[in-house]
Design a protein around this ligand. Sequence first.
Ligand code: SF4
Length: 868
Amino acid sequence: MEVPETFEFPFPPYKAQENFMKNLYKALEEKKFGIFESPTGTGKSLALICGAVRWLRDHEARELADAEAAVAQLRSSGGGAAAAGASPDDWLAEQAVDRERRQQLLRAERQLEALQRARARATVKRGPRRPEKSAELARQEDEFRQLFGDVVENDPPDSSGQEEDLIAEFHSDEDSSSDEDPEEEEEEYHGTQIIYTSRTHSQLTQFVGEVRRSPHADHVRLVALASRPQLCINDAVRRLGSVGLVNQACLDMQNKTGSKATKMADGGRAEKKQKSTGACPYKRRVDDMAAEVLSEVRDIEQLVAEGRRRKACPYYASRRAVKHAQLVVVPYNNLLHAGTRQASGLRLTDSVIIVDEAHNLLETIGSIHTCHLSYRQVSEALEQLNHYIETYKKRFSPKNLLYLRQLLHVHKGIIKLVDSTTKTMPPGSEQTKVLLLNDFLCGATIDNLNMRKLLLFADKSRLVQKLRGCWKKRQVTAAPVATGRSAVSQFLREIQQPASDQTQAAAEQPEAPAETRTSDMPLMATLQLISALSDPDRDCRLLISTTRAEPPTIKYLPLNAAAQFTDIVKEARAVVLAGGTMQPVSEFRDQLLVAAGAAPSRVTVFSCGHVVPADQLLTLSLAAGPSGAELLFNYQNRALPATMSELGRVLVSLCTLVPAGVICFLPSYDYAAATIAHLTSTGAMDRIAAKKQVFREPRQANRADAVLSQYSAAARETGRRSTGPSGAILFCVVGGKMSEGINFSDDLGRCVVVVGLPYPNARSPELVEKMNFLDANVKRSEDGRTAGQILYENLCMKAVNQSIGRAIRHKNDYACVVLCDARYSRASTVAGLPEWIRRQMGHHAKFGPAFGQIRQFFKKMQEKFPPS
Ligand code: SF4
């Protein structure tokens, strides 16, 4: 298909948006892996929607036209073998050719019908709700009250009550049935789907809002997926809060359909109530709700509201709607984690994958697959398992008892390994031992176990929930917990104490009181580790660490993000990684896409300029401060009093020149504290405070909003006071709470100062392992750097780019970006900055000229945008 000259758009698009849409359309049409960079304020979301949905609609129209042409051509070629050129005498050959033609025609007609059905669904006109629809809803509501009025307010089923419910039941190793409702697969057209994903719930909501405002709102079938806690409308279940508890309670309710008949016993209504007592009442009418989901573009909150109105579960309805949707909106986890992706019903084959806010995609893939648990969680899970086995051992089938004992063995093995590893580490020290997967498995003596079978057993028997129920029952019926002397406690004491001390120590050592426990489902955490360990092909390391105050921790660290992206690269038609700042692009190209199997020729890069005119942005790097001292914030120099004092002089000068708000990013919380203390003790902070009100990013996340709103108010006060400071300065930390997702537009961010280059800790065991892995598996870049070195540089530059991106948010905005460090003039560092920053950046070896340039810039801006 030719790239269109114009696109439907809610208003005349900027040139940058038009270019974005054209390049996006071309990338989808040519089945590319696109890296799309579009700075904040350029209307990226709308360009993504209007470019991608336009392509999808053209693609579907072409598929339909092709199918109609194929049917017409097969119908018209009804001359059989003669038409195919076979000899008229050869009757058998004629019959065979004719049969083949009829089969082709049948297939083509079926495909055409499926396409026409899908097209009819897509052209459903959305309008105001019809009155008869409301009447139908009222009738359904009455029926619902009759059937379930006394059920919905009840607590969800809890296995702690019924002994029978607590026995692990698992009948077949081959059992592969899904937790989700089995649904008969009807013959359907599985067309291309666009799967859109972004990092946060609010970004997804914003995206859906943009779709609603786009010209495609009335035509596109969109479904937004989310977790049970977000979509559940059964308040008794929803109140449980955590993902694990809500999932377990919901699945348990599905399992219990019709199991509590005795509660209902009055004539005709008894049978209906019998079915509803155990199962969630909102699971009904999911099909109707699924159709409704697709009839209008809705975000998660709107889906929940619609579910409540219809008394139908939005969670199951949205999942059921997935296969008929054109645009599926999902959180990262639903796409990037294979198990969650399958459970969500996402189809990768021939799909278009759009990953938004993709600047940290490699790190996100890593963290989604990282598993972190504490020694205490393993020991608590062990204790619960042991109690469970001891309580019911006579009632388990031999096979299930075997699985339970194997699980017990896994937990004991991990604890023994951690103990033997950490006993050589000095108490109170922070140390980490890195193990290969095989060394971990052998060290824990669990290398000969079939972990997948154990996981299947735990999953199908709902072991987590049963263990929790059994443990709660014990807590209710047992004497005070601290007096217990379980076999597990005995085991733990035995392996922790020298043999000679065991007897006396055991008598003195109480069990942990219930309130110090990590959660009431520790097995859930340990099963995650077992799941990670069960994949023998993974490139990973196991890290056993001690900390100063806490018990040891165990971390499963995946090293190869590309391996988790391989299925997407292999099956999708096209992949688009979009973000405000996608530099350094080499990371996405070499370490993700190409490493996951993409042909380099299919990778395409598009970077659009900022919508802000060039004269509204001033970027410069500073190698020296006002006194001529070098600005070099490497590890050796940055804590020197002379370096901090020179930074203070830079900030005093900037606060004199810059109107309204200044954001100053420092490389770490510790360095921010040290710098502020130094500036305060030397009096520099007083000079800054005379110009601007001073604010500081708090370490505690719950205080960030309050500081932000105080800073915003102070920054906006600029010029309104006759005396005292005008505007504000906010000291924050690169990679901290203010460096991502916060909008410092207009007066909130007239100047962004980035102090130093925030390189990660090169001695961190995790980083060392990742760098070594990349060095061994990814080829060097053209400039000779190893892939590990590139990762190290990229982590730093991505953090810088995120900080810079806080300012300059729309086309009437203006700001100055000051990069304080002599190293910002290095070519390799400049290459890591976004193109729109790079192309007009000036480097200053002396402060004087920089000061003049900044003064000029703000003078011009005051003229261009006079205060209203
Ligand atoms: S079926 Fe839906 S509404 Fe009912 S408990 Fe499960 S998620 Fe909640």
